[in-house]
Design a protein around this ligand. Structure first.
Ligand code: NAD
Length: 345
């Protein structure tokens, strides 16, 4: 059996090689630095499976080519599968599996780090001190204790985030069409409009679906409290970038922290420090003093990478042995079927 791993970085090699050694599975692993697309799909020739990440393109055209090349399994080394055309995958008979949970604490803790960096402006203070400037003007923050935090999506990550923010003494409200009882320990479920009106900080923890694309848009931004902060460590497509830029320019949003960006595919995970970046909206965002952008790294801990590699190989083993796989997206998930129209990030 051969697995072709796309968008592979050195850290993917390290954690996948370790997981392979631990599992004892007989498997040839091919690492490709390029992301999967129409242009690179030929690398997968004669592989049994491809392993893809958040920005690989797995649309109908790519799936057709993969099928011709003999590939039969799509292994996502992430939770979200918005970049896979599930209808086409099912039509071609692919096995598609993801890693639904890998250290949700890592992602939630990162969201908290962004909240506090943005609030207490540690990123600005760090730059100042390096230049010998120890003044405090412009660095004023607020105490989290007693503030209202709105959480959109109370799945694994949303609940971890709620637990931590509850520890800071925040009042928590959440919106989720499928209410998770776990969250009730920390706060109250409310309608989306009420959440936006009440929250000092809004944090997004829902998947990118047809129904959630641009959940933060011109209208919902207007519903947010003046001076509220927005944090997105989920998927870039949840936020209408042009609308948040306007809201920042109007001084309505007081701060924005993004670990994900709706057009991140052409920029993230590569070094553009000597290029001209053509994405004007992204560069406008970078220019605001009250915006923090990071390159989709909330998951990036040793714990998460260990889990990702090990569950991905377990999914491969299930596929090769023809035994039921709990992470088989096309078998188990009603949500996958409901939301099967793919959304590019
Ligand atoms: P999860 O499936 O456990 O939870 C998602 C929650 O969102 C569910 O409770 C679901 O009911 C809810 N939801 C669905 N539609 C909604 C809507 N319209 N409005 C509000 N909530 C809605 O997923 P999770 O493990 O908590 O992950 C959440 C998201 O975080 C993933 O979909 C992924 O996009 C993102 N993520 C990002 C990183 C990163 O490194 N930045 C890492 C892992 C996951």
């Amino acid at each position: 059996m051969t697995i072709s791993i796309f968008s592979a970085k050195q850290y993917d090699r390290t954690f996948f090689d370790q997981a392979k050694d631990r599992s004892g599975i007989k498997l040839t692993v091919r690492y490709h630095g390029e992301s999967l697309s129409r242009e690179t799909v030929a690398h997968a020739k004669d592989a049994t499976a491809v392993c893809v990440f958040v920005n690989d393109v797995v649309n109908a055209d790519v799936l057709k080519e993969l099928h011709i090349y003999g590939v039969r399994a799509i292994l996502l080394r992430c939770a979200g599968y918005n970049n896979v055309d599930l209808v086409a995958a099912e039509q071609f008979g692919f096995f598609v599996a993801n890693v639904p949970s890998y250290s949700p604490e890592s992602v939630a803790e990162y969201a908290v780090a962004l909240v506090q960096s943005l609030n207490r402006k540690t990123y600005l203070a760090h730059d100042r001190v390096r230049l010998g400037n120890f003044t405090l003007d412009g660095l004023l923050g607020f105490a989290l204790n007693g503030k209202t935090v709105g959480i959109i999506g109370t799945g694994k990550i949303g609940v971890c985030f709620a637990r931590i923010m509850h520890g800071f003494g925040c009042r928590l409200v959440a919106y989720d069409p499928f209410q998770n009882e776990e969250f009730a320990k920390y706060g109250d479920f409310v309608e989306l409009g009420a959440l936006l009106e009440q929250s000092d900080i809004v944090s997004l923890h829902c998947p990118l679906l047809e129904s959630t694309r641009h959940v933060i848009n011109k209208d919902t931004l207007k519903q947010m409290k003046s001076g509220a902060m927005l944090v997105n460590v989920s998927r870039g497509g949840l936020v209408d970038t042009d609308a948040v830029i306007e809201s920042l320019k109007e001084r309505h949003l007081s701060g924005l922290a993004l670990d994900v960006y709706e057009r991140e595919g052409s920029v993230f995970y590569t070094d553009h420090s000597t290029d001209i970046i053509d994405d004007d909206a992204l560069m406008r965002l970078v220019s605001f003093p009250n915006v923090i952008i990071t390159g989709h790294q909330a998951f990036f801990t040793g714990e998460a990478l260990t889990e990702i590699a090990s569950v991905t190989l377990d999914n491969m083993i299930c596929f090769s042995q023809g035994v039921p796989c709990k992470n088989n997206i096309l078998q188990g998930s009603l949500l996958a079927r409901q939301s099967s129209k793919p959304l590019r990030i």
